[in-house]
Design a protein around this ligand. Structure first.
Ligand code: FE
Length: 505
């Protein structure tokens, strides 16, 4: 694993990896560990790094010889790494969802997956079975005393933040109705309205779509209590995975996408495989006023969005009459067809994720867009204290090559003001997960902190955790994990150091 401080881009078309090294990460998580002290492969854990890194992702990809059709259909497994005094301890648990327990007992898949996994027995056995399996595999966050495993099509599962023991489905202190879905992408307002808050949403979609925007207290005795709640209905089907916040707005991008449920009903496709880009469709930015902001109780504002499909946003902020949002745009909705094997996907045939900035002028209704970075990227974030504010720096995972899609093999720091870049390259056999930026505490500079990411080492066929300095991506430590963890989805950091961060404005 070499650290490269300069651009390591290769021309498009040149491969930097072997497919087998990349796909070897896909396996079942074999065991559960409790408080295992991690061995250092190299470097040293920064002593000031004090807190818990949580990570969620699919942990079951195969049952009785049958593989999931898409890793997103794998049951959630939470890993936690607790850092204290330069040492790190590892714990992991499968989330004991009702369906995981049933399938463990049966030893085979009993439920269909949203991304195309079928029950054994072909279309006849799958047709008209419209039950959703809550796999709780997309994100993990701490809210009050609960650790919540999130999957956007169902209610969260509550876990013990220390032991990761599953407590059961959470309605978040009564905020959610029975079986109400809850987004896997909450945003944390660092304190634009005095106290920090968690902002999240649920969406009920069909020919019309209703977004329920919720804000929760995250500090003190009231942590986890619902502070505000509003519902807005919009025209058309809405697939909303992520959103962004500013002090006054919650910003959604309603992709131009259609949902034809027939192949799902007939047992031929998973529900997510029935999503299709609408030819000549028009995406929309939906700006919903936050209840704590200066446009509270006003109706939402709607603007035409540029072409493309967005899963994730980097950040958003307000500048005079403009709302500015940075998002990762794909040319089209990327999906894995019913006949394809996800382990054999040809990255060159997938659209790449390009970081774009859109400036929405609230007075003139005009939108101006510019490309911030053409290099294929995912999992981008700013310093959490800059959520909703103009940030100078961003961190993301990128492909190793300059253009086109590829597996995530580099961490990139991008200066959003002058485009200066730093890279850390995982090597030709190293593959990244989502990099998490952990601010130093207290921090003086916006890029004072660390980057943490799980890595799949395709050479040793093991999982590792890397720690980089956030400012220059210099390598600090590589830790060996006691289990193999397939590529995961999202994670979070919980500070154990109570010192209040210096406010970064
Ligand atoms: Fe996501």
């Amino acid at each position: 694993m070499a650290k490269l401080a300069t651009n390591t881009d290769l021309p498009s078309g040149l491969e930097t990896f072997k497919q087998q090294d990349w796909s070897s990460a896909y396996c079942n998580v074999e065991k559960e560990c409790s408080n295992i002290q991690l061995d250092l492969i190299k470097g040293e854990i920064p002593k000031k790094l004090s807190g818990i890194f949580y990570k969620n992702g699919p942990g079951v990809l195969e049952r009785n010889g049958q593989w999931v059709h898409h890793p997103f259909d794998g049951d959630g497994m939470i890993a936690s790494i607790n850092f204290q005094n330069g040492k790190a301890k590892f714990t992991n648990r499968f989330i004991r969802t009702k369906e995981w327990i049933e399938e463990e007992k049966a030893g085979e898949f009993l439920y269909r997956g949203v991304f195309g996994t079928k029950k054994p027995g072909g279309a006849i056995s799958n047709a008209f079975d419209l039950r959703l399996k809550n796999i709780a595999n997309t994100n993990v966050i701490k809210l009050g005393n609960e650790l919540l495993a999130l999957w956007e099509a169902a209610s969260p599962y509550s876990l013990d933040p220390e032991t990761l023991e599953t407590h059961g489905i959470s309605n978040i202190n009564g905020a959610l109705k029975a079986n109400e879905p809850f987004s896997a992408h909450p945003r944390f307002d660092p304190g634009h309205h005095k106290e920090p808050r968690m902002v999240s949403f649920s969406v009920k979609t069909g020919p019309k779509s209703t977004i329920r925007l919720m804000e929760f207290s995250i500090q003190g005795q009231n942590a986890g209590s619902l502070l505000s709640d509003r519902k807005d209905t919009f025209k058309g089907f809405a697939f909303l995975h992520d959103f962004a916040i500013t002090p006054n707005w919650a910003i959604f991008l309603q992709n131009a996408i259609d949902f034809n449920p027939l192949p799902f009903i007939l047992g031929q496709k998973g529900a997510a495989q029935c999503l299709k880009s609408k030819p000549n469709g028009q995406g929309k930015f939906l700006l919903i006023p936050r209840d704590c902001g200066k446009f509270a109780n006003k109706p939402p504002q709607i603007f035409d969005a540029p072409n493309g499909f967005v899963f994730h946003h980097l950040n958003a902020y307000e500048k005079k009459q403009e709302v500015v949002i940075d998002s990762i745009f794909y040319k089209d909705f990327p999906s894995i067809g019913p006949e394809e094997d996800f382990r054999e996907i040809n990255f060159n045939e997938l659209p790449e994720g390009i970081l774009k900035r859109c400036r929405i002028n609230l007075l003139t209704n005009k939108i101006e867009c510019e490309i911030l970075s053409k290099q294929c990227c995912e999992f981008a974030m700013v310093n959490p204290n800059k959520q909703g504010l103009p940030a100078k720096y961003s961190w993301m995972a990128t492909a190793a090559k300059k253009s086109g899609n590829g597996p995530l093999q580099q961490v990139k720091k991008l200066n959003l003001i002058n485009n200066e870049t730093h890279y850390w390259n995982a090597g030709s056999k190293g593959f990244l997960n989502e990099p998490i930026m952990v601010p130093n505490n207290p921090a003086i500079e916006e890029d004072d902190g660390w980057i943490l990411s799980l890595i799949w080492n395709g050479e040793s066929k093991t999982s590792e955790l890397i720690i980089l300095q956030a400012s220059d991506l210099s390598h600090q430590a590589t830790l060996k994990l006691p289990i193999k963890i397939p590529y995961g989805l999202h994670g979070s950091w919980v500070n154990l150091n109570q010192t209040k961060s210096i406010e970064l404005t």
